[in-house]
Design a protein around this ligand. Structure first.
Ligand code: SF4
Ligand code: SF4
Length: 220
């Protein structure tokens, strides 16, 4: 059984969270029936005390490397099983509307991996926002997870308060919320892009993530 074989792949990396969602909400549903979505925790679970931009960038890059290894195993299996699949690209298609072709984090909440925080990223109970996501669209009817429809941020406002540009609006997410309700994404992107000339890449600002109490030993 395919689900069992995918389970065996993830048994080799027990720290990785994964689940399935149906994608009837997506335009990809004409070609694919479900999505496998997984969250790889960062090698160092940074707090505001241990944070540097360089460390955060390194954590993200290394998580992406781990994602590539897992994806290779999954692709090999899907080819053996002759299951049609598509791995959507990471990140936004362009710098204008800043939208991805397929939202990993929306798939993740639908698969029950977590909710969207006031910082507009996926929050998991285990690691908070200190994860990187990946998704595989599949033409196969996997048993799907129970979607999370409401925020568990409560009255916490740490990410909103720490943003140096006041890009976060402080609203609690629910499944019907739009990105614009939570964040001025263009402002965040503009401020991070200002570093391209100097550093050859956008600033990997992770301030609104490392401040999150979820995933740290303390609780809110
Ligand atoms: S990534 Fe940085 S600039 Fe963007 S919302 Fe978070 S703290 Fe603000
Ligand atoms: S810092 Fe607080 S408000 Fe922001 S995502 Fe984490 S729990 Fe939610």
């Amino acid at each position: 059984m395919v689900a069992k074989k995918i389970q065996q792949i993830f048994a080799k990396v027990p720290e990785v969270k994964y689940g399935y969602t149906d994608i009837s909400y997506s335009s990809f549903s004409e070609e694919y029936r479900s999505a496998l979505v997984f969250a790889v925790p960062h090698e160092e679970q940074l707090s505001i005390e241990s944070y540097t931009e360089e460390k955060f960038e390194k954590c993200t890059l290394n998580a992406r490397k781990e994602i590539e290894v897992i994806l290779q195993d999954i692709e090999t299996l899907l080819k053996e099983e002759r299951i049609k699949y598509y791995i959507p690209p990471v990140g936004q298609q362009n710098e204008k509307d800043l939208l991805a072709v397929f939202s990993f984090k929306y798939a993740a909440v639908n698969a029950g991996l977590g909710w969207i925080g006031k910082n507009d990223v996926l929050i998991t109970e285990e690691y908070g926002p200190r994860v990187s996501l990946s998704t595989v669209l599949l033409d196969y009817p996997f048993e799907t997870g129970r979607k999370i429809t409401e925020s568990r941020c409560g009255s916490c406002n740490r990410c909103v308060d720490i943003c140096p540009h006041k890009a976060l609006k402080g609203l609690n997410w629910d499944i019907n919320a739009l990105r614009n309700n939570l964040i001025d994404y263009h402002l965040c992107n503009q401020k991070r892009s200002a570093y391209i000339e100097k550093h050859g890449r956008k600033n990997a600002c992770g301030l609104c993530m490392v401040v999150c109490p979820f995933g740290m030993r303390e609780t809110i």
